[in-house]
Ligand binder design. Structure first.
Ligand SMILES: [Zn+2]
Length: 319
């Protein structure tokens, strides 16, 4: 395995990092990875991490349900039901927070979300690096899905761009956000979902927290450093929206990592209690377990006026 280390924090450019936590890759390699925190801005990241070529090997798992669409077990059925509710919730959120009818979903997986938007007469585009998931998304939507972000023409085409648990996976955060600026219409909106490192469930599960999902998740956000990252790239945060269902899903995954010998039924019971407590704690602290949504406007000095909405869910794959 070839590992690369960060030289500078992508948010504040600081170069002094402290060890934060050691986590195991629970789904693919079972290798250990170190999380570090920037001494200056407290941003947390996986460091060192596999280089860009080696990273693709860490996506090879049948456990990635968002890509395989498993539906055999009770848990799978519950997941699919939650996903259906989540898809509808996302669609309404976008319909209520953006003008236009042209949407790009980055990391679209097998295309369920794009299909949901398509049925409401949105013009859809998608990007998905996995060839298997991409083929499935193309079959589902009858639309060509791009392999890479760079395959899209650099024109201000889209009224909405979505990244549901995708930003954590992108090696170059600043370059990716600049690319999004080039793709978004002047009055467009970007919706981003990431995990919240400061949620109750993250504190409860510690290194077993499914939101870490190392090494696939390279970045581990809280609200303050997400806001700073977005402002650095010309956006202004305007809205945060919680997604409470995610706290249950992430707790369920975390339970299975923490105590794999326990029955799935017991996982479900414990995860439900932790998820409930997480949402309860978040209603006071606003540190939603999985989810907060943030809307951003490009600064007034800019010649283009787009906005970005950040949603933090906390599932690794609830697409
Ligand atoms: Zn920093």
């Amino acid at each position: 395995m070839i590992l690369t280390s960060l030289l500078n924090c992508p948010i504040c450019d600081g170069a002094d990092f402290r060890p934060h936590l050691i986590c195991i890759d629970h789904t693919v390699s079972h290798e250990n990875f170190t999380l570090k925190t920037c001494s200056q801005c407290q941003f947390v990241f996986t460091d060192p991490r596999p280089d860009n070529t080696a990273l693709s090997n860490y996506y090879l798992s049948d456990n990635y349900i968002s890509h395989t669409g498993g539906k055999n077990t009770f848990i799978d059925k519950l997941y699919l039901m939650a996903r259906k509710m989540t898809l509808r919730w996302k669609r309404k959120l976008i319909e209520n927070n953006s003008d236009g009818d042209n949407i790009l979903d980055i990391g679209c997986g097998t295309g369920e979300f794009l299909k949901e938007m398509q049925t409401r007469e949105w013009k859809i585009s998608g990007v998905e690096p996995s060839s298997t998931a991409r083929a499935s998304a193309e079959k589902r939507t009858g639309t060509e899905i791009h392999q890479l972000l760079s395959d899209l023409p650099a024109a201000k085409t889209f009224s909405a761009i979505t990244l549901w648990h995708v930003l954590e996976h992108l090696p170059d955060l600043n370059q990716s956000l600049q690319t999004l600026q080039c793709l978004l219409k002047e009055s467009g909106t970007i919706f981003i979902a990431v995990h919240n490192l400061r949620s109750y469930d993250a504190q409860y599960y510690k290194s077993f927290w499914a939101g870490y999902d190392v090494p696939r998740h390279l970045w581990h956000f809280n609200k303050e450093n997400m806001k700073a990252l977005l402002e650095k790239n010309g956006f202004r945060l305007t809205t945060i929206v919680p997604m409470q269902l995610d706290s249950f899903y992430v707790s369920l995954l975390s339970e299975s990592y923490k105590d794999p010998e326990k029955s799935k039924f017991l996982h479900l019971i414990t995860a439900s209690l932790v998820g409930f407590q997480s949402n309860r704690a978040a209603s006071k602290s606003t540190e939603y377990a999985a989810s907060f949504s943030v809307a951003l406007d490009v600064s007034a000095a800019a010649t283009f006026g787009s906005s970005l909405t950040l949603l933090t869910l906390r599932t690794p794959g609830l697409k």
